[in-house]
Design a protein. Sequence first.
Length: 183
Amino acid sequence: MANPKTAPQRSDWQRNHERLLAAAAALVARDGAQVSLEEIARDAGVGSATLHRHFPSRQALLEEVFRDTVERLRRRARELAAGDPRTGLVSWLEELTIAAADTRGLPASLSAGAKAPADDTCHAVVREATVMLVDRASEAAAIRPEVSPDDLLTLVEAVTQATEGDPPTALRLLSLALDGIRP
């Protein structure tokens, strides 16, 4: 039987968590990954200690803010893996670039996640999908043999950090770079 004293704490915890995520999503969309954590706590109506109990670091907060976007990208990579290897890889890189350029804060979060040891970061999810598609394209000799998943992710991260908020320019720059990976 549930302890009546823990049930309200759990719903209060969940409510605070949801309020923090909603405030963070809105403020990151406005200000980017370096948004003030104090402002997030204030907008959520909680103290900064509550924010830090829920999210021990800025990166942990960003990981959760971007989780749905990254999961959608993971599903899309699986769909693309069923088709032509070159087309699948190029489409993946284009869709990843659009999502990152169009989602304020995501490029910085992906870059920071590359330094994290955890296997469940947004960067790890994106990298896993990229590895799968690069491996398929390599096996089909659809890309140059020296092209690595990490090279392509570094390229996408650099392009999207430079063009955050401007997906058409990001795609144009990606297209120029992708000409260099053809065998």
